[in-house]
Every structure is written in C-alpha cells, then in structure tokens.
Design a binder for this molecule. Sequence first.
Ligand code: PMP
Length: 419
Amino acid sequence: MNLEPHAGPAAALDRVDVERVRRDFPILQQRIRDRPLVYLDNAATTQKPLTVIYALQRYYTAENANIHRGVHFLSQQGTFAYERSRARLRQFINAGDNREVIFVRGTTEAINLVAQSWGRRFLRPGDEIVLSHLEHHANIVPWQMIAAEREARIRVASIDDQGGFRFDEYEKLLNERTRMVAVTHASNALGTVLPVKEITAAAHRWGARVLIDGAQSVPHLAVDVRDLDCDFYAFSGHKVFGPTGVGVLYGKEAVLEEMPPYQTGGEMIRSVSFDKTTFNELPHKFEAGTPHIAGGIAMEAAVDYVNALGRARIEAYEAQLLVYGTEVLSQVPGLRLLGTAASKVGVLSFTLDAAHPHDIGTILDTEGIAIRTGHHCAQPVMQRFGVPATARASLAFYNTREELDALASALRKVNEVFR
Ligand code: PMP
C-alpha cells in the first residue's frame, strides 16, 4: 500500500507515481468488456483506496457496535474512532471546533438540513435567497421548497458563455432583503470554480448567510472554511474517495446554535419526558438516530489518503491532466466543449455534432470507458447552453494521459459510426 508522503507539496505527480497510486485502487485493475477500465466518472463518485475498504471491513469484522451510548468495550472503541474521524475532518477543512462538523448522509442532506432548519427559523416573506446558474439540483430544490413555504424569493446569479461566474451581476443582486447566498464551489456540469471567498465577503456585507456546496471542490482543492469565512460548507464522502452514505455539514458554531434540530429522535436529545424535551449539544443536536458508523470511521482513512498524497500535488497534477484533456478533445472533429472558464476543476463536458450524448456514452462503454451522459442534475446549466444533455468526462488524481488518449480515440470511432 502506498501511503508514505511524497517528495514535497510543490512537485507534481509524475507517471510513476500515478502507477503506484493506481495500485491502491483495486477496482482500477479490472478489465471491463475485455478492456482495461478507463474510469472517467469521478464527479459522480470516486473510487476507494484499499485503506478505506479495509477500514470498512475492519469495522464490521471486529469493531461493530452502536456508538455514543454503550459502556462496553466495542461501543467505546467505536465512539472513539468515530469522533477521531470527526476531528480529522475538522482539520481537513480547517474548521475551528469539532462541534462544527456534523455527520450527514451527504451534500444533499446537508443542504436540506440548512434549508429546513435555518430557513424555517430565519426566512420571512419577501426575503431573498441567491443561487448561481451553475447549481446542482441539490442546491436548488431545497431552497425552492423552503422559499415557497416562507414566501421568500429565489434570485439567480448569471454565468457567461464560458461558464464563468459573473461577479458583477451577482453583486447587483445583493440587497437588504438577501438572507442566504447558496452557491457551489465547483460546478459538477462544467467544472467552473467559483470565487467563493469573494462571494462570501460580498454577501456578508449585506448581512446574509452563505452556504457553499463543496461536493465537487473538496476532492480537488484545498478547502479552508475559516479562510473562506462561509457560514456553511457541505460535502459528500463518496466524492472524496470515502464511502457512500456519509458526508459533512460544516457550520459556524454560533449559527448552528441558533438553529432548531432538523430531524428528531434518539441521539439528538439530552432528556425526554412527555412534558418537555431538551436537545443535545452540538454536533449531536443535528445527528438524530444511529449514523453510518462504519462510513464515518472510514472517512478518516479517505482523508488520510488524500493528505498523504498532498492536496497541492493533487491540484497540480489534475491541472496538467485537464490541460492535456482539453487539448486532445479539442482535436476531435465536431466536438464542442462546454465550460471553458479560466478557473476549473477536472471536468470535460462536451457534445459531438455526430451523436447524441447517450449514444456517445453507450459506444464508449463498449470500449471499457466510463463517462457520464445526461443533464448531470444541473438542468439550468443545460438550458443556459441550449443543449438537453452533454457527455462528461471527470478526472481524479489516478487518471492518466493515456486514458484521455483512449477517450479521444474512442470519440473518433463514435464519429465514424455516425458518419
Ligand atoms: N452538489 C454537487 C455540485 C454535486 O456534484 C452533487 C453530486 N453529483 C451533489 C451536490 C449531491 O451530492 P450527493 O448526491 O452526494 O448528496
């Protein structure tokens, strides 16, 4: 297993390193349809290193017990491991306190939690919620629901033809009615990275709260919630090399303290009687019921893996891959890239004149190449570019130039099939 730190944060991964890294991901060794698997669907979910797989296996093999309440050995050990993972996740995003790190099912649940709990308490008729045109449905629909209930209004910050965030237009939307700005850090459909620190500062000047959807940024960029100064930051474990069914909502302690519980039941209470119930302290106030214990514990292994590789090195390597991928795809006849903003994570969204995205995906699959086709749960982005769907190749640090060459050559074959 390859977990020793590499040469230094400034150095980019080289080919040899990538081959070593790939050996930590057993799924990548597979052949699919009699070809080496080329996995380019990392924005949908990432693959898991052996350390994460072993953490899950170890938990169910030797450690399984319910946490937080038991006095017996396994329960205490599980509680310790779960809380240690929370502390590691706090470090990972540089939150100030473990109480600010709430385990949730994933980004979707995190955003629903904030929309329902914070929204019900603080939104008044006529208040405004600002979103961007780049949002995943998970950062649109929860706000629409609570806006309808509270008679608040959604406003949308526009994007330019490259898929870049129009900061000047965004600033014009802000006013004394703005209560919440909820934006993605990186777009899953186009890869655009938004200037979330500046977005947050501008929102705060109007007294609004800020939620950042970090589902697509945490796997690729170093994230420092205190530097960003956002009120909430959400991400999913499965997109950052951890298990499905677990994720994190970061919230500033003072803001979380003001919010009522989201779900209720066990774990989130201090005392219950039929006359009066008092709630548990943070973060447990927002963690009703038995959590995904194994998943929470395995997140520590996921974070350790990313840290051992080095986030600066991951960023540098993926930036090179993105440049290379952009070049090779641009040479495919009839290919149109959507999303060419200056600041991007490794997402290559495209259409081909010759074929519908679903046909592209199906033909690529016969070559063992996994990409995603469709609207990527970001229909407003598709509408902005006047397409019903795109094909999307999304990168992780274990991808290689050779895989991008394989993608480009398979796309040429698609062109031939539909000629
Ligand atoms: N936001 C963005 C930007 C995403 O890419 C995704 C997942 N595609 C989500 C939110 C939702 O994440 P999850 O399904 O893990 O809750």
